[in-house]
Design a protein around this ligand. Sequence first.
Ligand code: LLP
Length: 457
Amino acid sequence: MEEKTSFLNKTINLESPNKNIVPITTSINNDGKLSIGGCSLEDLVKRYESPLYILDEITLRNSCRAYKKALEKYYPGESLPIYASKANSSIFMSNLIASEGFGLDAVSEGELLTALKGGVKNEKIVFHGNNKSNKEIEFAVQQNIKIIVDNDHDLDRLEKISNSLNHDLEIMIRFTPGIECHTHEYIRTGSFDSKFGFGIENLNNLFEVISNKKHLKLIGLHAHIGSQIFELEPHKDLGEIMINVILEAKKFGHDIKELNVGGGLGIKYTEDDDPPSIDEWVKTISLSVIEACKKNRLNLPILMCEPGRSIVSTAGVTVYKIGSFKEIPGIRTYLSVDGGMSDNPRPITYQSNYSACLVSNPLNNSSRKKYTVAGKHCESGDVLFKELELANCKTGDLICVFGTGAYNNSMSSNYNRIPRPAAVIVSNSEAEIIQRRESPHDLLKYDVLPDRFIKQS
Ligand code: LLP
């Protein structure tokens, strides 16, 4: 039988964690049990219960450092890596990325507050969004946070605010470069069907409009072409396209100093995935920008990139406890765990695949069997793995799912009034809580029963 836990035996890439399935510090203890950051996962579940989100500090920091190092290596101009906090937003994550010298991208007042509370400096935060509220825009302006203008509505409101304050506001604009990425292919299109940003074909008109706005100073360009991308070519093209846009903007008197190329580098969720390294990705973008600048005798802009998944995904795992089994002879055996689509909506939303193993004796190859791993939610589609091969297992055993650091916690819900799991950071054989487990009582906090209904009951 094909060995499905072989990913545990692979050599770990320390420099580019997105090329591994497991966190860098993953090991198997003498007792045969899985450990991360020097902490036995079984002990962590005894202490913090399950399901449990676990983040490995070394993997997180190595990912951040790989971006910093590559930017220093390949880009002679100024640069700033910016963490896309939608991947996993918390006070802890904001604090960690700030300590690594990163900026942060936020898309709501909630993400902005979390970033500020975590210690990210306002001048290193960028504020995105295709439908920012007035309150969000005002908050960002008050906090001196740079706004990425997505559409005319943003522009109108920022013009009014800057006029009423009678001072200049620096803005960036987001545009769609006509590069369409699917995970394993990409196409260049004239226009790109996206709700985000200005169409590239409308930019000249926009540059003209902005040059007539007294207090709006266009200083930067932003584009983001997609997520979980394995190809380098689209980002190579993007660098060149963006430099051409800078040249166009120059004709209207705009001096664009900042170039933000978005995020998108993929990670290895399963053995089938082979993403480029962080080094290769940064190199590709840097060289394309440098070359285009040289060709056009342009000073190098400040280069920004916005990785999310490739910073936090591989650092994270989720540990579940196995509950019930249901065998349907000749069809499948369901194995249900104590979480599911509320803590990881990616399989039901995107049919995403993950890798997983038992926490106890993960390398045990005896009597392996295929299971369908189901969540506990009242929805037939709540399935984390259509087919996962595991050694003999029973109720109470633990399963570790890898690569869950990005877009799991941040996209989690309380469907079926299921509380969100706790999250811990592990490092040097110590675990510390970074998000307390919700309780069912917490979930009642915002419910209101109007007085007249209380009288009735
Ligand atoms: N910058 C912008 C403007 C973005 O919209 C995104 C992701 C990023 C940066 C970060 O991209 P990354 O490096 O993480 O690929 N929920 C989906 C992913 C949605 C990505 C949205 N934008 C998922 O679970 O796969």
